[in-house]
Design a protein around this ligand. Sequence first.
Ligand code: HEC
Length: 118
Amino acid sequence: MDKKKLLIRTACGLGALVLLGPSWADDAELPPFPKELLDNAEYVAEGKEVFGKICKFCHGKSAYPGKAPKLNPPRYTPEFVYDRVTNGFRGMPAFQEQFSEKERQAVVTYVLSKDFSN
Ligand code: HEC
């Protein structure tokens, strides 16, 4: 991704941030998601494990219908996914306590990677 596209994506992420309200605004510890991180095979592999252990239970193909939305990564910015995983949202639990920042970053890179399937 070139710098301009990255800037546009970041700007969209910030727009979502404002729309999503106070839970976002209060969250000071949002890590950056540079391209090198999103392409990092070690993170993607670790994220795949986290996804298989936890997220699949609700978002996987075999989760019963209606439990959670089917994930649609092309619509997401890394910041959006990180926020959902960290802070939760309505029926989506928060995983800030359960997973380290690195594990949460890893699952974001996996969801946005070409390896992702659910
Ligand atoms: C206990 C069930 C459950 C688990 C486990 C779970 N989720 Fe969710 N998730 C949900 C539900 C329900 C929603 C929909 C929340 C809403 O918008 O009302 C959701 C929404 C999301 C969204 C936003 C989807 C969208 O298109 O708006 C993302 C991204 C997401 N989850 C990622 C994850 C990841 C990554 C994990 C693993 C760390 C995970 N979820 C684990 C239930 C779960």
